[in-house]
Design a protein around this ligand. Sequence first.
Ligand SMILES: NC(=O)C1=CN([C@@H]2O[C@H](COP(=O)(O)OP(=O)(O)OC[C@H]3O[C@@H](n4cnc5c(N)ncnc54)[C@H](OP(=O)(O)O)[C@@H]3O)[C@@H](O)[C@H]2O)C=CC1
Ligand SMILES: CC(=O)C(=O)O
Ligand SMILES: [Mg+2]
Length: 420
Amino acid sequence: MIKITDEEALSYHQYPRPGKISVETTKPVDTLKDLSMAYTPGVAVPCLAIEKNPQDAYLYTAKSNLVAVISNGTAVLGLGNIGALASKPVMEGKGVLFKKFSGIDCYDIEVDTQSIDRFCSVVSAIAPTFGGINLEDIKAPECFEIERRLTEELDIPVMHDDQHGTAVISAAAILNACELTHKKLQNLKIVVVGAGAAAISCARLYRHMGAEKIIMLDSRGVVHNGRSDLNEYKREFASSEYLTHSQAFECADVVVGLSKPGSFTIEDIMRMDNDPIIFALANPTPEIFPKDIKKARPDAIVATGRSDFANQVNNVLGFPFIFRGALDVRAKKINIEMKVAAAKALAELAKQKVPDYLHKLYDTKLKFGREYIIPKPFDKRLIVEVSSAVAQAAIESGSSMMKNFDIQAYREELKRRINE
Ligand SMILES: NC(=O)C1=CN([C@@H]2O[C@H](COP(=O)(O)OP(=O)(O)OC[C@H]3O[C@@H](n4cnc5c(N)ncnc54)[C@H](OP(=O)(O)O)[C@@H]3O)[C@@H](O)[C@H]2O)C=CC1
Ligand SMILES: CC(=O)C(=O)O
Ligand SMILES: [Mg+2]
């Protein structure tokens, strides 16, 4: 396990210059002619072209490869409502991952408001700059309304990463854990601990993919019909019978923690069925640490959201590649078909032979099994498999604005890029 100290983390962020991102130019500005083209008078030509045909913005500006990572800092990792400014290191971090893993340029934008109206009006006002909007770390239930409004209003893909990125990756991991434990998704008893942004969307995707028995817990216990304090999103998963916290775990096959440290315990996981699938996904501190889970339940398949344990179920495996595919086919929305395609592509990739550079990087032999149910973020094949699956689903489901997109040529181009 890789250990880092607080001092190392601060030093990484401070030196050699503060922060993790910068802006670079893509055209030469070395001569008087360059200057005349980049700025006035040359720049007026693309301006007028775009005024005439707005789609030309994709030809003459950085829009087609530019995503905004936008947060109001209300649910930053599992740190809670720490505010817009304090969320900036995470948002810069998402920008780094976009660039590193899928070549997408990114501006992080921290919006200091908790008002849904104000947040939406800021985002929709700046949307023309971008090819896509990645919403991040906005708490529930506001995040659902924010995403709904922006998706409806804008003609570029908008995705709340904590909702859908997490749903896609955890669904892929559950599919593979099922295969390893010879269980079927539709027969699973799934306990989702948390009823916020990530939890609600994960549960929706599992249900869409065939899960039938989902029990949800929030900070007040099991979400059930007898409660009068449920919002409309929690009500979608309210169980018809009253259950105690402990009863929820009785013979459960899967627990997905999307809450905070300590929200379920060793006693809870001891009640689960054989070969339990236990995902403790709160960041940075999981609900229970893997070593404690493994000690109590050696038969468990365990995942966390962190890079320093086996089976990292984290949306880093999703947003870079989902947006890559969506941007490249100019998808108007990131729809359910694209999310399911991403989940299936991820699950499938974990079953392929792992390239040597990953064995070296992770200093361990990686082979599909209990300690490797989901690909690693540094797997270069992710962009080929996930982005092309997303692009194909966008085309087939009618979300793409491109006519005659050659998906095979696109896959080849992505393969070429990773071999450069
Ligand atoms: N691994 C990954 O890829 C990801 C992990 N996460 C992690 O998931 C967690 C939640 O994030 P997010 O959904 O964005 O945040 P939200 O603020 O939207 O949701 C937090 C949820 O946790 C619930 N909760 C708090 N305490 C308990 C408890 N003791 N028992 C049960 N539920 C509890 C809250 O309940 P109530 O509704 O009653 O307030 C709320 O529903 C964070 O730790 C985050 O880091 C999130 C996204 C991706
Ligand atoms: C991983 C992530 O996005 C989170 O924990 O919020
Ligand atoms: Mg997040």
